[in-house]
Design a protein around this ligand. Structure first.
Ligand code: ADP
Ligand code: MG
Length: 240
């Protein structure tokens, strides 16, 4: 579904991604972990062209998306992204937040988008918040709305960048539960997270990033029980 070939990204003369070759298959749940500043967010942001790679290629569903600016709309439709800071539009109601993109991109009529929004809100038990504004929601509610807002576009893959890191501890569970549901439904997912239990339970593969490279990757069992790279061993000894 996604292939990166020698993906590099520099900010000025700071090389942040130093050549990443990865293949993510349909249905995989790839968990990315690593120290702060190692390039995890930049990697995700390159995948959906929020950052323009400095070098290398990204292929999405057999299309070289680094090739042409035209593909940005394909990416917006087909790759959902959820951020640490929710990024809901504060001046729009919950329902408007969900329906904005599908209507604007001409994927759905207003009526279809409204129906879809209510269906998705029902799924997460928040129909009564349809006309509320983001500042009237808890962090966990905001993040679950941000997730279903992405789902409204019927994406083929969902990218998550530390979706629970900004939440109060008691709200982490409700967001992870929704992500587990998505995983069980077969969604292809790439998840940057510090939630090691989630990585173990849901991940089909775990990647460890360090200084702009993926230095180790494995099934969750092997990754956590038999780490080989010294930096990964050190990292795990601090977080587990
Ligand atoms: P992580 O998500 O693993 O914490 P990031 O991808 O956010 O790491 O950042 C990797 C490095 O790139 C950091 O040194 C960060 O300061 C730098 N960086 C990220 N985004 C930018 C940017 N827009 N401009 C300049 N430097 C950036
Ligand atoms: Mg980050």
């Amino acid at each position: 579904m996604i292939v990166t070939k020698n993906l590099k990204k520099a900010f000025g003369d700071h090389m942040v991604l130093k050549g990443i070759d990865e293949t993510i298959e349909k249905g995989e749940k790839v968990v990315v972990i690593g120290p702060s500043g190692s390039g995890k967010s930049t990697f995700l942001r390159c995948l959906n062209l929020l950052e323009v790679p400095t070098e290398g290629e990204i292929w999405f569903e057999d299309i070289n998306i680094t090739d042409s600016k035209e593909n940005i709309n394909l990416i917006r439709r087909k790759m959902g992204m959820v951020f640490q800071q929710f990024n809901l539009f504060p001046h729009l109601s919950v329902k408007q937040n969900i329906t904005l993109a599908p209507v604007k991109l001409g994927i759905m009529t207003k009526e279809e988008a409204d129906r879809k929004a209510m269906e998705l809100l029902k799924r997460i038990g928040l129909t009564e918040k349809a006309d509320a504004y983001p500042n009237q929601l808890s962090g966990g509610q905001k993040q679950r709305i941000a997730i279903i807002r992405s789902l409204a576009m019927n994406p083929d893959v969902m990218l998550f960048d530390e979706p629970t890191s900004a939440l109060d501890p008691e709200m982490v569970g409700e967001v992870l539960d929704l992500m587990v549901q998505l995983a069980e439904e077969g969604m292809t997912m790439v998840v940057v997270t510090h939630e090691m239990q989630f990585a173990k339970k849901v991940g089909t593969r775990v990647l460890f990033m360090d200084e702009g490279k993926i230095v180790e990757q494995n099934t969750p069992d092997q990754f956590f029980d038999n780490p080989t790279h010294p930096r990964l061993k050190e990292f795990l000894s601090k977080v587990l």
